[in-house]
Ligand binder design. Structure first.
Ligand code: DGY
Length: 450
């Protein structure tokens, strides 16, 4: 691959580390750290998990508070929602009232939240926080405190989102994947026909240029789906049976599978049984490899469970099979050799300099600055990097890490970056980029201790 090769040893730069810490501190609203300076003024589920992991590098007590704040939003049935509104409404749409969660018998009594979920990164981040903790006693007590809540959350995922026992967990809205407008959702969204739309006003392009955000047709469907769910009182069974959008997603399931592994590690630390979690893992793995792998293309694809077909769009979510250890050796070789290292798809070439574009460059829907249609995201790079390490591609993993740090060093902590020239895009002062810079520069201690 152009530009790859052995790297000289790197000295972490103290100013850069301080900037990462300051970005998290500046976004601290007291109760929670907001994901970005202006764009996202509430607490998001997977952002909070990553933020807590970042805070744990310099303030363990504050990191634990971030998790406790998120858990305040946990629903009575175990669901951890994708947004918790600790501080009332703001200029962000949808605000707390739009969700009408009081229609649900399971909604938490004292906190406003959304009625959707996000990829369950929490157990993964808490395991890493615990490994890094200097105050071992406080950390172990914290693991004991939150473990039952994590277990109920993972149980909810399988009960509510896989009631048929397929092994794979489904999402009912693209926002649940965290990768809202990725090309893999175009086809299932085209089958959703909005009607009787509620009145609403988009606010997401107030702080970020409209051509870096999802298009109108996507957004209409995002809002329409929420309107259906609130009409159904967020009843999980109705949502699963009737949502016009039902996808068994590659990214969501890979994150879930890895989170189960991390939950097992946490259970081991505190002497809790693990057979139930192991059962989810066995079934998820079997279904993931049997159903989502496409031998012809050599890629993992999401499955449209409403229309019973694979969604053959080449996007970065396919590589999360490496992150979770869900690919066999031959599949890993194809994913890396034929795709990640292919300059027509992901690898740098004359037109693009940075790994890893979120959409293959030769995919019809590729747009280098539009949200999940092509820009490089630090979170995805962090997961791809771990996947590459796991399968023995150390040099390529290092390349992904270096590219990520170079993007943040030159462009600042932004939400995403244009893979062509590395210019920053999306929200500024982006918390998870800062958190992951810390994670990439200050490695975890080995081995894992109790
Ligand atoms: C947004 O507003 O763009 C978020 O992705 C929804 O969670």
């Amino acid at each position: 691959m152009p530009g790859s090769g052995p790297f000289p040893p790197e000295k972490p730069d103290q100013d850069f580390l301080a900037c990462a810490r300051e970005t998290l501190t500046a976004n601290d609203e007291g109760e929670f750290v907001k994901p970005g300076r202006h764009q996202y003024p509430h607490q998001w589920n997977w952002d909070a998990a990553l933020v807590a992991m970042g805070l744990a590098h310099f303030d363990e007590a504050r990191a634990r508070k971030e998790v406790r704040s998120l858990l305040q939003g946990q629903w009575l049935d175990g669901m951890i929602p994708h947004v918790v509104y600790h501080n009332g409404s703001s200029d962000y749409f949808p605000g707390p009232d739009f969700w009408q969660i009081e229609q649900s018998v399971a909604a938490p009594p004292r906190v406003h939240t959304s009625g959707l979920v996000q990829p369950p990164l929490l157990a993964t981040c808490i395991r890493r926080m615990h490994r890094r903790a200097r105050d071992r006693q406080a950390s172990l007590a914290f693991v004991r405190e939150v473990y039952p809540r994590l277990l109920r959350w993972h149980r909810w995922l399988h009960r509510a989102r896989d009631p048929e026992g397929t092994g794979l967990v489904a999402i009912v809205h693209p926002w649940e994947s965290g990768t809202d407008n990725a090309a893999r959702f175009v086809q299932p969204l085209m089958q959703v026909t909005p009607s009787q739309m509620p009145a609403y006003q988009r606010r997401d392009s107030a702080h970020v240029s409209a051509d870096e955000r999802p298009q109108h047709a996507d957004y209409e469907r995002f809002v329409y789906l929420i309107d259906r769910f609130r009409h159904w009182g967020y009843d999980p069974e109705t949502m699963y049976q009737r949502s016009p959008f039902l996808v068994q997603d590659t990214l969501f399931n890979a994150v879930t599978y890895q989170a189960h592994e991390d939950l097992i590690a946490l259970a081991d630390q505190i002497g809790e049984p693990t057979a139930e979690i192991e059962g989810w893992r066995v079934r998820l793995r079997r279904a993931f490899t049997n159903k989502l792998w496409d031998d012809e293309e050599g890629l993992f694809f999401a499955f449209d469970a409403r229309h019973h077909q694979l969604i053959r769009e080449n996007g970065v979510a396919t590589f999360l099979a490496l992150y979770a250890g869900l690919a066999d050796h031959a599949q890993a070789q194809v994913l890396v050799g034929a795709h990640l290292e292919n300059p027509e798809e992901y690898a740098p070439d004359r037109h693009s300099r940075f790994l890893v574009p979120s959409q293959a460059k030769n995919n019809y829907f590729f747009e280098p600055r539009r949200y999940w249609r092509g820009p490089v995201w630090i979170l995805i790079n962090w997961m791809v990097m771990q996947g590459l390490e796991r399968y023995g591609y150390a040099e390529l993993a290092e390349r992904v890490r270096r590219d990520s740090l170079a993007l943040m060093r030159s462009g600042g902590f932004f939400e995403y970056y244009d893979p062509r020239d590395g210019s920053a895009a999306g929200a500024s002062g982006f918390s998870w980029s800062a958190a992951l810079a810390l994670e990439m520069l200050e490695p975890l201690p080995l081995p894992e201790t109790g």
